[in-house]
Ligand binder design. Sequence first.
Ligand code: CU
Length: 143
Amino acid sequence: MQSCYEKPRFNSTSPRSAPCTLGGCKSAFVGYVSGVTDVLFRRTFLSSVLFVPPILAACSEAGGVEAQPRTYNARGRITEIRRERSSITIHHEAIEGLMPEMTMPFTVEDEALFEGLSVGNDVDFTLTREEGGRYVIRSIRRR
Ligand SMILES: [Cu+2]
């Protein structure tokens, strides 16, 4: 496959391949669909290599969408409240895409979420799975 990057410049004193220029390479890819495709592919590939990593890095630094953990909706019944441990244990129904029905403790980082809750309450709640596998309740309310 011919490409302007490999086309020798016969009128040059340098034996090395010439870089692509409008004047020197135009005839090289006019009429060569595969050549054009190759050039476009190279440009796309180079764009990806050169520009995507900085964009991803910027997202990470800014706390972009990709950095946020997924949120799950769940429901169940409170079986234990350990406010001093920032923990509520809930017998929850199956959480689609996460886990089957079970009784387990959840971390509650926001003190305000404990207000009005008692053992035996049926609740709807949302949780996130943090790095390291910790499950944190983000919102909870009685049904
Ligand atoms: Cu569970």
